[in-house]
Design a protein around this ligand. Structure first.
Ligand code: DAT
Length: 175
C-alpha cells in the first residue's frame, strides 16, 4: 500500500499571537516536527544584514528556504513564523493565521519587553490584519484559516482542531 505523505502545516500571525505555544504542543500531540524559523535562522546565522530601526537581524530568505526544502519535501513539518510569503507555496497543505485582540496583544508584547515603535507597529500589524492578507495572497484561499488565540480555551480548541489535520490528510480527504 502506498504511504501518504504527512502534511506540512504553517502557523503564522503577528508576533505574540501564540504560534510557538500552539506549535510546540501540537508537535507533541501529532508527532510532527516543529520548526521555528527565528530559531533556525539564529542557529545557522541565516542573516543578510541588520535592521537598525527594529534592532534585529534581517533574515536571508533564500538561505532559509534552501536549508529547509529537503525536510519540507518529506512532509510532516509544522513551521512557525511571523511572515508567510517567503516560503514556496508548494510546501504547505494548510495555513493557520492566529489572531489576537489588540489590547491582549499589547499586554503580551509589552511583557516580552517590546516598547515604542516596535510595540506600536506590531499591534498595528494585527489591527490591519497584515499577515492574514499576506497569507491570502501567497496561498490558495481554501487552505488559509484564521484561528482566535486570546484565551487558554482558544488554545485547547485550536489544538483539538489542528490535531485532526494529519488524520484527515491520511484518510485522503481534503481538509
Ligand atoms: P508567538 O510565537 O506568536 O510570538 P507565543 O507562543 O510566544 O507567541 O505567545 C506569546 C505569549 O502569549 C506567551 O506569553 C504565551 C501567551 N499565549 C499564547 N497563546 C495564548 C492563548 N491562547 N491564551 C492566552 N495566552 C496565550
Amino acid at each position: 500500500m502506498k504511504m501518504k505523505k504527512r502534511p506540512n502545516i504553517l502557523l503564522t500571525g503577528t508576533p505574540g499571537v501564540g504560534k510557538t505555544t500552539l506549535g510546540k504542543e501540537l508537535a507533541q500531540r501529532t508527532g510532527l516536527t516543529y520548526i521555528n524559523i527565528g530559531d533556525l535562522a539564529q542557529e545557522g546565522q541565516l542573516y543578510e544584514g541588520y535592521d537598525e530601526e527594529y534592532q534585529c537581524p534581517i533574515l536571508d530568505e533564500d538561505r532559509v528556504v534552501d536549508e529547509l526544502d529537503e525536510k519540507m519535501v518529506e512532509g510532516g513539518v509544522i513551521v512557525d513564523y511571523h511572515g508567510c510569503d517567503l516560503f514556496p507555496e508548494r510546501w504547505f497543505h494548510i495555513v493557520f493565521v492566529l489572531r489576537t485582540d489588540n489590547t491582549q496583544l499589547y499586554t503580551r508584547l509589552e511583557s516580552r519587553g517590546y516598547t515604542g515603535k516596535k510595540l506600536q507597529d506590531n499591534v498595528q500589524c494585527e489591527i490591519f490584519q497584515t499577515i492574514y492578507e499576506e497569507a491570502m495572497e501567497a496561498y490558495s484561499e481554501e487552505i488559509v484559516h484564521q484561528l482566535p488565540s486570546n484565551t487558554p480555551e482558544d488554545l485547547e480548541r485550536n489544538l483539538d482542531q489542528i490535531s485532526e489535520v494529519p488524520l484527515v490528510f491520511h484518510r485522503g480527504r481534503a481538509a
